[in-house]
Design a binder for this molecule. Structure first.
Ligand code: HEC
Length: 182
């Protein structure tokens, strides 16, 4: 293997020398005023768009909504439907983290600050939900869940996505998970 690599390196070097030999001498150029930029490119904020490798994949706001936020909003609703308070407490934490993740992965949407938008649209309802779950207060939960869902939709409307309408789940999208308390 070593020899093969050696040969490959020698061939590569020869190619470079050959290419240099073929290059006509550069016309006299005035000395560069600035040294050639050698600094690495500044870190870019995460963006959507074509990626060269799956490892560079950064989910966009829509991806994160679909992958993290929507199912957690649903599971919270389904747990409450069954008055399964321990599961509701868990689903609530997961939803809270999911909303946090959206803001961390995509801090900006167009020119808006995502974590601020999330807080202003859902913060109060989330705090009410937390309280309702701890108190096992079904009435307070039902109101707070409606407020949260309204917050999801207010943000969609504010960001020109009013056609994405969130509602209380009518059925489970997770047939392999039990939502009733064991
Ligand atoms: C920051 C404001 C904001 C809040 C709060 C918000 N969303 Fe979104 N949501 C967006 C934006 C913006 C999009 C569209 C993003 C895109 O496609 O680039 C979106 C898209 C979606 C989508 C469509 C994704 C798809 O691929 O089908 C769903 C579903 C969704 N949101 C669910 C929710 C739920 C559920 C909540 C509340 C728990 C919520 N969103 C709260 C801003 C928000």
């Amino acid at each position: 293997m070593r020899t093969l690599w050696g040969i490959a390196a020698a061939l590569a070097a020869a190619a470079v020398i050959g290419a240099a030999a073929q290059t006509p001498p550069a016309a006299a150029t005035p000395p560069a005023a600035t040294p050639p930029a050698a600094a690495p490119p500044a870190a870019q904020p995460p963006q959507r768009g074509p990626v060269s490798s799956a490892l560079n994949y950064v989910p966009g706001v829509g991806d994160l909504m679909h992958l993290l936020v929507q199912p957690r909003h649903e599971k919270l609703g389904l747990a409450f439907e069954e008055k399964n308070w321990p599961l509701a407490a868990y689903a609530f934490k997961e939803l809270q983290q999911a909303l946090g993740t959206v803001g961390k992965v995509q801090p900006k949407w167009r020119n808006l600050t995502v974590p601020e938008m999330i807080e202003s649209m859902t913060g109060e309802a989330m705090r009410d939900l937390d309280e309702a779950i701890q108190a096992k207060n079904a009435k307070q939960f039902a109101q707070a869940y409606e407020d949260l869902t309204g917050g999801c939709n207010s943000c969609h409307t504010a960001l020109n996505h009013g056609f994405i309408v969130i509602k209380t789940p009518e059925a489970s999208a997770f047939p392999n998970q039990e939502f009733k308390a064991p």
